[in-house]
Design a binder for this molecule. Structure first.
Ligand code: PLP
Length: 375
């Protein structure tokens, strides 16, 4: 199987699985207790917090709130900041559902929510964001890069425009997809809150964090024993958090190689395909993550292609995860103004940290062979 679905999840980096092993064995303590077994687990969590804070350039480790992954972090950022201030949410039409559904939830609670549209490449105009921010806005949430297309948003420009026009409004960025290849730091993003997920960067599933700038007030979304200074209750996933920290460090150290090696593998994949079959590349003329190839093979429906590719040994994804099975196009394609029949032809191939050089050429050959029979 050639695995080209790294935007969905990545294989674990060896650094992460090795770091986790002791915590899946005899280092099993609950970090909330007072005895030595618990203290050992607590120390591991605090060390992981320090390392992740350093990687993000946070001013203090306690600005890192461990969560059960990216969805959990996005909910805390969007719902938590809206509830804490009583204000509303401004976000974009191409966000992950973790942000969009959180915004719709706070809207049902009576808060004002504005969803800003994007251009044909899926990018938002910072001026359009600032234009709809008002006194009643608690938070603006703009993803660093899109999970379907890989298109990079002008996040820093949004942060700067907000700081100038509406300094009291919080800025959140979902950096779940961007983290592997872009310099995601507090400084670079200019964000008050940043969501990161372990399993997209070579760490385990079900763990992540929200960076929360010191002084930002959040109403918790998950209530219980008061872990994470009351911001996110629930017994810690100690092994997961330790693996997450190892994955963060490995991913940061690997970013330079990732951008060049994965980028050339992706480019080679796309150009070899273009030399054999008809293919449209989403965002080809704009800034996009080196890991993503969001392609449309005119005349070939994505569901048919994906089944044939699976049979041929290639793991890829539809442009969007089809939640109901009935969805033909995604909200991202729709927001970009892509006609439904074209949206239904979108396929995402996403490259990851391992094994790309050898597989790009082989994958292009198999995909072109399959597409040729369907086009
Ligand atoms: N945000 C983005 C941009 C994503 O791509 C994903 C995962 O698909 C998430 C959030 C959700 O992260 P998790 O799977 O860790 O809940």
């Amino acid at each position: 199987m050639i695995y080209l679905d790294n935007a969905a999840t990545t294989p674990m980096r060896p650094e992460a699985s090795a770091a986790m092993q002791p915590y899946l064995g005899d280092r099993f303590g609950n970090p909330s207790g007072i005895h030595a077994v618990s203290r050992r687990a607590k120390d591991a969590i605090e060390e992981a917090r320090e390392r992740i804070a350093a990687a993000l350039g946070a001013a203090h480790p306690l600005e890192i709130v461990f969560t059960g992954g990216g969805t959990d972090a996005d909910n805390l950022a969007v719902v938590g900041s809206a509830l804490a201030s009583g204000g509303g949410v401004v976000t974009t039409a191409v966000e992950h559902d973790a942000v969009l559904e959180s915004a719709r939830f706070v809207e049902r609670l009576g808060h004002p929510v504005t969803i800003v549209g994007v251009d044909g490449d899926g990018r938002v105009d910072p001026a359009a964001i600032v234009a709809v921010v008002g006194d009643d806005t608690a938070v603006v949430s703009v993803m660093s890069a899109n999970n379907e297309t890989g298109v990079i948003q002008p996040g820093r420009e949004v942060a700067d425009a907000l700081a100038a026009a509406a300094p009291g409004v919080l800025f959140h960025t979902d950096a779940v997809q961007a983290f592997a290849s872009l310099p995601v730091t507090v400084e670079a993003t200019g964000a008050d809150m940043i969501s990161v997920s372990a399993h997209k960067i070579g760490g385990p599933q079900g763990v992540g964090c929200l960076y929360v700038r010191d002084g930002v007030e959040l109403e918790p979304v998950i209530h219980g024993g008061g872990q994470e200074l009351g911001r996110r209750s629930g017994t810690h996933n100690v092994a997961g958090i330790v693996g997450f920290a190892a994955a963060v460090e490995a991913a940061v150290a690997d970013r330079g190689r990732f951008r060049s090696v994965v980028g050339s593998a992706r480019d080679r994949f796309e150009s070899e395909l273009a030399s054999r079959v008809k293919v449209d590349v989403t965002g080809a003329d704009t800034e996009r993550l080196v890991s993503h190839a969001h392609l449309r093979f005119p005349g070939v429906r994505s569901e048919t292609l994906l089944i044939r590719l699976d049979q041929a040994g290639i793991a890829a994804a539809a442009g969007a995860a089809c939640h109901s099975g009935a969805q033909l196009t995604s909200h991202v394609m729709e927001a970009m103004g892509v006609p439904p029949d074209q949206g239904a032809e979108a396929v995402r191939f996403s490259f990851g940290w391992n094994d790309v050089t050898a597989t790009a050429g082989a994958a292009a050959t198999v995909v072109a062979d399959v597409v040729e029979t369907l086009q």
